[in-house]
Design a protein around this ligand. Structure first.
Ligand code: MN3
Length: 204
């Protein structure tokens, strides 16, 4: 297998009560698992794809053979997005950001509260399935959304953090109340990991 489903870095119930155990089990094992399976299906048709990291695939989608380009975009995106997603959450996370990302958020958005408000409002409005992102682009932090499993890296922007607003991410617990899920999600953010991603973004 060229690509593998990474194990969840904590128990399925670790993010309770903000994200429930049943959602985590389905989301990681079934949804993320399927993206990896489908991405490997594309590698079976074009073995050369499998020599690249999933991020490299997304950085240059035009280089992907046309017959599997959409499969790689959707499932490679799903694999990269979810691998990041599990890592930027943790049990007992949340609170105020610290370190360099805290300073940059203050500089670019005014305050953490202003950033959170912008992120939640922007992401709540993403029509249908997609993601809300904090990206580093041109030396600045920005809030953007993408549809489906598109990753900002395909548009040259580095994702610092992202929240999944496909209904599979929240519907069991929050039903149609996406804003409630978005508000609760900040309680599980792993700011150490977000700082690591920010350091990577700056060094690119
Ligand atoms: Mn998902």
């Amino acid at each position: 297998m060229a690509y593998e489903l990474p194990p969840l870095p904590y128990d399925y119930a670790a993010l309770e009560p903000f994200i429930d155990e049943a959602t985590m089990k389905l989301h990681h094992d079934k949804h993320h698992g399927t993206y990896v399976t489908n991405l490997n299906g594309a590698v079976e048709k074009h073995a050369e794809i499998g020599t690249k990291s999933p991020e490299e695939l997304l950085k240059d989608l035009n280089s992907i053979p046309e017959d599997v380009r959409a499969v790689v975009r959707n499932n490679g995106g799903g694999h990269v997005n979810h691998t990041m997603f599990w890592q930027i959450m943790k049990s007992g996370g949340g609170g105020e950001p610290m370190g360099q990302i805290a300073d940059q958020i203050k500089q670019d958005f005014g305050s953490f509260e202003d950033f959170k408000k912008l992120f939640n409002e922007t992401t709540a409005k993403q029509f249908g399935a997609g993601w809300g992102w904090l990206v580093f682009d041109g030396g600045k932090l920005k809030v953007v959304t993408t549809p489906n499993q598109d990753n900002p890296i395909s548009q040259g922007m580095y994702p610092i953090l992202g929240n999944d607003v496909w209904e599979h991410a929240y519907y069991l617990k929050y039903q149609n109340k996406r804003p409630d899920y978005l508000a609760a999600w900040w309680n599980v953010v792993n700011w150490d990991e977000v700082n690591k991603r920010f350091a990577t973004a700056k060094s690119r």
